[in-house]
Design a protein around this ligand. Structure first.
Ligand SMILES: Nc1ncnc2c1ncn2[C@@H]1O[C@H](COP(=O)(O)OP(=O)(O)O)[C@@H](O)[C@H]1O
Ligand SMILES: [Mg+2]
Length: 334
């Protein structure tokens, strides 16, 4: 299948001579149709530049960018406009017209695309319903909450039925609860309308909630790219570990381990838990062998419908008995 987006050896540099700054450095990337693809990175990593290359607001210094198999650079302006019509854009600061109502904002791209009035009205009503804002049709942005404003922004982005939606920090101005609400809407757009979504963020929670796959961008390079579950379960690159640590608190840091050791004594072991590996059987062995145990740290939750987490146990008992339990914990798997 033709990918939704493809970067081939793309470099983007700004400035010249000593002011030259490489924002993206030799990026190869393939985003498949129908997926929610996450891009995470710290501020300045090159995320927005990547988005602006997709909708041809920037030209690559080297390499090529294709959207649905069509190059977006080196083509005529009319062709760029045609490609852009198939791309919806959602912004951090919503970018709504303050002087237009929710309905008026959503209608705007349809006016630009010269839709007849009756069809515009019908489409706007449909979109308001889809994002759950039918009762806010006549409200102005100043009368809407952040989450409502973003839902208007999303409805506007969907107005002309694009097959690709680019969301650059679309939840970064929202509180955590509203963030989840907007992310649920993005998921619904992907699952029900089949729209490919590129979610750009600096928050790992956002990736965790919606992304099927994620690329970690650091200093203009992709340092990791994998399925979201695998990135959480087994992060490879240093920036990836830092991002994962911001949301998963199931493993104690070295400092916490020292503190736990002072507090509880005994032998501390940390065990990963997933759908295939529980600790019930090993703990039964512990009881039989007269080894006392205490859960001193950890967390188990689900990630993309799979069980995921770890617990840290303090084991107390005779050395050889504790050894046996640790072996059992290491070995266990259903
Ligand atoms: N138009 C521009 N002119 C000069 N430098 C730019 C321009 N756009 C972005 N940059 C630089 O490129 C780097 C990446 O920027 P950006 O893509 O906005 O990062 P992010 O969205 O990850 O925060 C930054 O160092 C930024 O200052
Ligand atoms: Mg940015």
């Amino acid at each position: 299948m033709v990918p939704a987006v493809e970067f081939r050896s793309v470099t983007k540099a700004f400035g010249k001579g000593p002011d030259r700054h490489v924002a993206l450095d030799n990026i190869d990337l393939r985003i498949e149709k129908g997926e929610i693809f996450g891009v995470i990175g710290y501020s300045g990593a090159g995320k927005s530049t990547l988005v602006r290359l997709i909708n041809a607001l920037e030209k690559p210094t080297n390499g090529t960018v294709e959207v649905s198999g069509t190059p977006v650079t080196g083509v005529r302006e009319a062709e760029v406009r045609r490609i852009r019509r198939d791309i919806g854009m959602v912004f951090q600061q919503f970018n709504l017209f303050r002087s237009r109502t929710a309905a008026g904002n959503i209608e705007y791209p349809l006016k630009v695309a010269r839709w007849p009035r009756a069809e515009r009205k019908a489409r706007v009503a449909e979109l308001l319903e889809f994002v759950g804002l039918t009762d806010k049709a006549g409200s102005y942005p100043d009368q809407l909450s952040g989450g409502q404003k973003q839902r208007v922004g999303i409805a506007r982005a969907l107005a002309t039925s694009p097959s690709l939606l680019l969301a650059d920090e679309s939840t970064s101005a929202l509180d955590p609860e509203t963030t989840q609400e907007v992310l649920r809407l993005l998921k619904k757009i992907n699952r029900e309308l089949g729209v490919t979504i590129v979610v750009i963020t600096h928050e790992m929670d956002v990736i965790r909630a919606v992304a099927d796959r994620v690329a970690v961008l650091a200093e203009g390079r992709i340092v990791e790219l994998a399925r979201t579950f695998d990135v959480f379960a087994d992060p490879q690159a240093t920036p990836t570990r830092s991002f994962v640590d911001t949301v998963l608190h199931n493993r104690p840091s070295d400092e916490e381990l020292r503190r736990l050791s002072e507090l509880h004594g005994g032998r501390l072991v940390t065990v990963d838990i997933d759908d295939r590996r529980g600790i019930g059987a090993a703990l039964a062995t512990a009881t039989q062998a007269d080894v006392r145990f205490e859960v001193v740290y950890g967390g188990v939750s689900t990630l993309q419908d799979k069980t995921f987490g770890s617990v840290t146990l303090a084991l107390h008992g005779r050395d050889d008995a504790v050894d046996k339990v640790v072996d059992e914990l290491d070995r266990r798997s259903a």
